[in-house]
Design a protein around this ligand. Sequence first.
Ligand SMILES: NC(=O)c1ccc[n+]([C@@H]2O[C@H](COP(=O)([O-])OP(=O)(O)OC[C@H]3O[C@@H](n4cnc5c(N)ncnc54)[C@H](OP(=O)(O)O)[C@@H]3O)[C@@H](O)[C@H]2O)c1
Length: 328
Amino acid sequence: MFHAILIDKDESGYSARLAQLDDDALPEGDLTVEIEWSTMNYKDALALTGKSPVVRRFPMVPGIDFAGTVTQSGSDAFRPGDKVVYTGFGLGETQWGGYAQKMRVSSERTLKLPEGLDARQAMVIGTAGFTAMLSVLALERHGVKPGDGDILVTGASGGVGSFAVKLLAGRGYRVIAATGKASAGEYLMGLGAAEILDRAELSAPGKPLGRERWIGAIDAVGGHTLANICAGTKYGGVVAACGLAESMDFPASVAPFILRGVTLAGIDSGFCPMDLRVRAWQALAKEVDAGTFAQVASQIGLAEVLDRAPDLLAGKIQGRLIVKIQES
Ligand SMILES: NC(=O)c1ccc[n+]([C@@H]2O[C@H](COP(=O)([O-])OP(=O)(O)OC[C@H]3O[C@@H](n4cnc5c(N)ncnc54)[C@H](OP(=O)(O)O)[C@@H]3O)[C@@H](O)[C@H]2O)c1
């Protein structure tokens, strides 16, 4: 028997609870993993509260990422004792996820932890840090370099934003961190931001083109903010769109794209190919230092995810909430 969070939906409504499950309940898969750490991402909070239709099959064990140790393997590529990390591929949405003390998954979608990272550190990074790294790699793939100009990060005090600030600053970029939290300035400067911007400056409807302010941006919020970011991007700049904390809408004009050659780069961590995953995790293992793990993470037990989900949706969490799975 093992503990897991279970989401169900029936005539009595949508519910999420701590449950005890039998091994027989585990899904198909050639790897069995004892999960040590998971995290709480924006999507997890949506799933736990039922605020958005993140969960596509019921009953569902939520949790879009996890790290742990292989206990049984039917694959030549993995052995019991291997430390692994798993993110995306519908985890916690269409297939059982990381909020369980034990899980069975496909070896083809599982990564060995890169050298230098343990399971806890991997989940401090989690889907959020991984997405931030994919965004940084996208800016650079489209030609942005340190010294070209400022990079704007929105949702800066959240999970993706915190890592985006840290990774960009570490690579030598001058970072403008946009946040709605008056109290987050010191935290963001500590991560390497050079300037703090009140997010209210970006969230109202704006003009199709504005003053050219940044050469690149990593946007975790969408909506009018994303439209205003594009309107304020310098000629030839790149905007990585990775989130929708403000809105799924994109009320923009084509002006920045056809008059300033701005590139809008979409970021998807869920189904990105394995070779890019390996590259991103290796870079994360190299670039995230010990201080960052302490700076950005706070820790909760498995059952606590139920209480903390509304806080996360309300934007009240700073940095990353990681979940100690064996502590129910
Ligand atoms: N593309 C992908 O593969 C991928 C992967 C992971 C996450 N995401 C998405 O990225 C976004 C951020 O995820 P996360 O895990 O970092 O979430 P998070 O920790 O909750 O951070 C989101 C941050 O956005 C800001 N925010 C919240 N509500 C806002 C609003 N109404 N208007 C403007 N800003 C608002 C807040 O930062 P401030 O207080 O500092 O402004 C908040 O801390 C989510 O939309 C998530 O779904 C996408």
